[in-house]
Design a protein around this ligand. Structure first.
Ligand code: BDP
Length: 718
């Protein structure tokens, strides 16, 4: 009888996992029932009792998470299995709250972790088995709890645990490009999750769910508002709302930051100037900082976009970035705040190659920024393209903290309808070798500070989150939020590991699902490069909204906003010459790197047209002409999406219907759009190459004029 009941329960669980609707809201924290019986028995045996040490809000959150995760995964109610004096016990609490007998078992563990790190250790004491999850802070313990749950979610053994881990990067933030009217710049998953109108009194449960998801991957900061900033966020009316959010996030170890509009002293302060050297301006920001910190004692600091794309900045007053950043840094320094000053600058008054413009505005000033300033640099020198060579500023400012800015939202990668696994892109940049201190000076080492012994370190990701029920519009793209967090914690993790973890937590541990879908994820980034911008092409998206191809666009007022500026296709060839015969952007890299980029024999063909203008009949390494090779790449991208669809279609037995269909329908859109990209770009470039499409490339079914006529006045995110 008992056996039958058990079987029934088991079947019910399996049934629930697969058939019942799953809207994806729970992200990777699904806590699926562990259907491997012997593993489940092991887990149940290892954790018979939960023993929290300490009674902070954070420890309470950790307890709730363990109870939820264990109950769901092991099919037993864990809410009563707490504080018992028998059975194998899981203790969790920070160093200060552990008993001496327990600490004795841990030896020198605490020397191996930093403030936010954790340890998970097994030991036997007085005939009982213990697992202890600890850290120097309660937030460290929470991170450890999430890691422990991840072990179970991914069906790892938990005997003899001996794990220590710490984040390698200090500031791990999401940047929300969210406006106060709840539109999201470059957002493709609905409106902003910040409901400013109903704050501060109405605390949407989504706020704590957001914090919990972030904490589970180690994200410890959030910049709430758009870099194209509105000064109103700094008024008392809004600061009260910001304070309410900060109070929700605090126990999850998440600090709140705001963008600072440089002209705020004029706009909301009634001053006549925002000159960073004017005493009244200095004083205004100091008082503003004091006001913010009186409300939010652990406020993180400011993120600033200055003198970029029309945003005001110190240059409006003939001052430079150092003057601007240091003035704000001085205001927040007494409160331990920081300033993240963006290096995304280029000017319509500067005729030099846009890719070269940030470097001279910052690199010569190395050593002059105050020590609570980080320079936040996009991964590449142009703008979040499907592929860009790493930004030449990485490794070039040994005395200045350089913070990585990745874009998780897919402004240039097909919006949220294209299923692209971005950790592949992030990994490529982090592993790129700057050669600033000889071979092995990879970007990750500048970002984690190890290259030049930097104390302050950071990584930011422009969020892909909106108020869609599944947060990211496309279930698949939850992996990019997850992956960003994991890489901000450890920039040396591989995309493969991240994909594996995410799939197991989000869907199932069944290898028949994991293997093909992981492969599909890992190939997805190269697919988008192929069907949009192969061989080093870039920024040929339609302008403004950046939706779909627009290589023909040439009529915008600023030259560098036109795709023709970037591909430079003409009857002789295609590509942007950034070698010494052209813009010489390569001179901004270490000589070893510049030499490779300059030399056609050494450069990777993936970056070819980023750095070289080449004739249409240029011979690629495989013997094809450039034209044929390019056309075949476009086709390859389309074929890759087709095979992603074939893979996904076979996965129906492993996924609940709702998430299965969400991804399936979006893949079909992606396939259509990949063909659109291929056809539009090839027809356009063919006007110049005057060469036929090679065998193997499908003939376009529409004309170039048709593609040019397409208009999208209401494309999202613009
Ligand atoms: C570009 C976006 C624009 C952003 C800008 C930035 O098109 O919406 O404001 O970057 O990063 O990619 O400041």
């Amino acid at each position: 009888m008992l056996k039958k009941v058990k079987l029934l329960i088991l079947l019910l669980f399996v049934f629930c996992n697969h058939i019942f609707a799953n809207d994806g809201y729970k992200l990777w924290l699904q806590y699926n029932y562990v259907n491997n019986e012997s593993l489940r028995e092991d887990y149940l045996n290892a954790v018979q009792n939960l023993l929290p040490s300490g009674n902070s809000e954070t420890i309470n959150i950790a307890l709730k998470e363990l109870q939820l995760g264990l109950s769901d995964m092991l099919g037993t109610d864990f809410t009563s299995k707490i504080n018992k004096d028998n059975g194998n016990t899981l203790i969790f609490g920070s160093e200060a709250n552990l008993g001496e007998d327990i600490k004795l078992q841990l030896g020198n563990t605490f020397n191996q972790i930093n403030e936010e790190g954790y340890a998970i250790k097994s030991f036997k004491l007085r005939n009982r088995n213990y697992i202890v999850i600890t850290g120097k802070s309660d937030v460290g313990v929470l991170y450890g709890v999430f890691e422990f749950l991840r072990l179970l979610q991914t069906h790892k053994p938990i005997e003899n645990l001996n794990i220590t881990d710490s984040p390698k990067i200090k500031i791990r933030t999401l940047n929300h490009w969210d406006n106060l009217d709840r539109t999201v710049e470059r957002g493709y998953a609905g409106f902003s999750i910040w409901d400013w109108h109903r704050l501060p009194d109405y605390l949407d449960p989504r706020y704590s769910d957001y914090a919990r998801a972030n904490a589970s991957v180690g994200i410890n900061g959030t910049v709430l508002n758009n870099v194209n900033a509105n000064a109103l966020i700094l008024t008392p009316q809004y600061l009260e709302k910001v304070e309410a959010l900060a109070n929700v996030f605090r126990p999850y170890g998440i600090k709140v930051y705001l963008t600072a509009r440089f002209s705020a002293p004029i706009e909301i302060g009634g001053l006549e100037t925002a000159d960073p050297l004017a005493p009244e301006v200095i004083n205004w920001w100091k008082q503003k900082a004091d006001e913010i910190y009186a409300r939010i004692p652990d406020f993180g600091g400011f993120l600033v976009k200055a003198n970029s794309e029309g945003q005001p900045g110190p240059q409006n007053y003939d001052r430079n970035h150092v003057d601007g950043a240091n003035m704000l840094a001085t205001a927040v320094a007494p409160h331990n705040g920081i300033v993240m000053w963006r290096a995304f600058v280029y000017s319509e008054h500067d005729a030099t190659d846009r890719a070269k413009q940030a470097y001279p505005e910052f690199v010569p000033y190395d050593g002059q920024f105050k020590d609570n300033v980080l320079i936040q640099v996009k991964n590449g020198a142009i703008d979040f393209q499907p592929r860009e060579p790493f930004h030449p500023m990485f490794g070039a400012m040994p005395k200045t903290p350089i913070m990585m800015e990745f874009q998780i939202t897919q402004e240039y990668l097909g919006f949220s309808t294209h299923s692209i696994f971005l950790p592949k892109l992030f990994e490529e940049v982090l592993k790129a070798d700057t050669y600033r201190k000889g071979k092995g000076s990879i970007v990750a080492k500048d970002i984690d500070g190890s290259l030049d012994n930097k104390r302050l370190t950071g990584m930011a990701g422009v969020s892909n989150i909106g108020n869609d029920i599944n947060w990211t519009g496309n279930t698949f793209l939850q992996a990019n939020w997850y992956g960003f967090g994991r890489l901000a914690w450890d920039p040396y993790l591989s995309a493969d590991t991240i994909a594996d973890e995410w799939l197991r937590q989000t869907f199932t541990n069944d290898e028949k699902f994991i293997n093909p879908v992981k492969e599909m994820m890992l190939d997805s980034r190269e697919a988008v490069v192929n069907y949009m911008t192969p061989l080093g092409l870039h920024h040929i998206m339609d302008t403004g909204h950046h939706y779909g191809p627009g290589p023909w666009v040439s009529n915008l007022s600023r030259p560098e906003w036109n795709p023709v500026y970037y591909h430079k296709a003409d009857s002789l060839g295609i590509g942007f010459d950034r070698t010494p015969t052209g813009s010489n952007a390569t001179e901004q890299y270490a000589p070893e790197v510049a030499q490779v980029f300059n030399d056609l024999d050494q450069i990777s063909e993936k970056d070819l047209l980023w750095f070289h203008h080449l004739p249409w009949d240029y011979k690629l390494k495989n013997g094809n002409t450039l034209w044929d090779g390019m056309a075949l790449k476009y086709q390859e991208g389309v074929d890759q999406v087709k095979s992603m669809i074939e893979t996904w279609n076979k996965m129906q037995p492993y996924v609940d219907a709702e998430r299965y269909n969400n991804i399936k329908m979006l893949l079909n859109i992606q396939y259509k759009e990949a063909k659109w990209w291929r056809d539009a770009c090839l027809l356009y470039f063919q006007q110049y190459s005057k060469m036929p499409l090679p065998e193997g490339v499908e003939k376009p079914t529409k004309t170039l004029d048709y593609f040019k006529s397409l208009k999208f006045p209401f494309a999202p995110g613009n």
